[in-house]
Design a binder for this molecule. Structure first.
Ligand SMILES: [Zn+2]
Length: 314
């Protein structure tokens, strides 16, 4: 225990220092819209690619991802339907940031927005990205009753009613709203294919390619009524606890070959001698610490999520 404390205390201080540094910098991203992880590249490269120390140490009491224990989730009939209004013309580019690939949207106006559900304000889409494993047996960040999916999509939005920039919202309570969609392996996803076809152009870290007119709504499941929601954090640095998570119950299906293209990307830049496949780019799960996961549906009426998609955690 003493040894553990002796190790953890300095790590904790280091994490605190790094978060303070991020807060002070109020970094201005190279592009109009970034995942916070991308905006703090120095932090990212320190732990890249597999969440080694020190940032694997939880930063607070509302960290993400978590396991969603369905029997413990609380049905909240007050939760409203989600409303997404995405304009494909705001789609701009794909960027391999060395941890995932980001499809980035112009977020200077309220053209692609999310509201409703658990949200009081309007949120603006700035990017989406995925997390996946080295095989189909795992890859999602969140789990459902300890069941893993092969991958997980995150659509990142920031509160444009309260803040003027993503960089401001990412540091504040209620600053971000992320829609998470699980991916399970099955039939080919036609909507995703346009994106898959573009990925070879961003194989290496730091490569960017123009990518336009992609409607992110095509990646949402048919059933948008059933979701879980809880308060959490970014799963990449700076790990700020700014996120209202909205996790769709129904997964989407993608083919093994489509996920194989994700895995053909690299964590490494073209100049590096040893190339590393971009796989297992998920954060380890974090303790719930007394938080409530609310559901928009009654688990007792509809049963727990089933199907062949998720895999039992080892
Ligand atoms: Zn993510």
């Amino acid at each position: 225990m003493v040894i553990l404390r002796a190790v953890l205390a300095p790590l904790g201080r280091q994490v605190h220092r790094q978060l303070e540094q991020v807060r002070r910098q109020r970094w201005v991203p190279a592009r109009g819209c970034n995942l916070s992880a991308c905006s703090s590249r120095s932090l990212l490269s320190q732990m890249h690619p597999m969440w080694q120390e020190p940032l694997a140490v939880p930063g607070g009491d509302r960290q993400s991802p978590i396991d969603i224990a369905v029997p413990k989730s609380v049905f909240d009939p007050q939760l409203k339907p989600l409303v997404t209004r995405y304009d494909p013309r705001t789609c701009q580019q794909i960027w391999n940031n060395g941890y995932s690939f980001l499809v980035e949207y112009d977020d200077t106006t309220d053209k692609s927005t999310l509201y409703g559900g658990p949200l009081e304000d309007q949120f603006r889409l700035c990017q989406f990205h995925f997390h996946w494993g080295e095989n189909n047996g795992w890859g999602s960040e969140h789990t459902v009753d300890r069941l893993l999916y092969s991958a997980e999509l995150h659509l990142v939005h920031w509160n444009s009613d309260k803040y003027t920039l993503f960089e401001e919202a990412v540091m504040e309570n209620n600053g971000l709203a992320v829609i998470a969609v699980f991916l399970k392996v099955g039939k080919r996803h036609e909507g995703l294919q346009k994106l898959v076809d573009a990925l070879p152009a961003v194989r290496h870290k730091d490569s960017v390619v123009e990518f336009t007119k992609f409607d992110p709504a095509c990646l949402l499941p048919e059933n948008m009524d059933d979701y879980w929601t809880y308060s959490g954090s970014l799963t990449t640095p700076p790990l700020t606890e700014a996120v209202t998570w909205i996790i769709m119950k129904q997964p989407i299906e993608v083919s093994h070959d489509q996920l194989a293209v994700f895995r053909s990307l690299l964590f490494t830049s073209a100049e590096e001698d040893v190339q590393k496949s971009m796989v297992n780019n998920f954060r380890v799960q974090q303790p719930l610490r007394g938080r409530t996961v609310r559901s928009s549906f009654s688990p007792f009426l509809q049963g727990t999520p089933s199907g062949e998609g998720p895999h039992a955690a080892q």
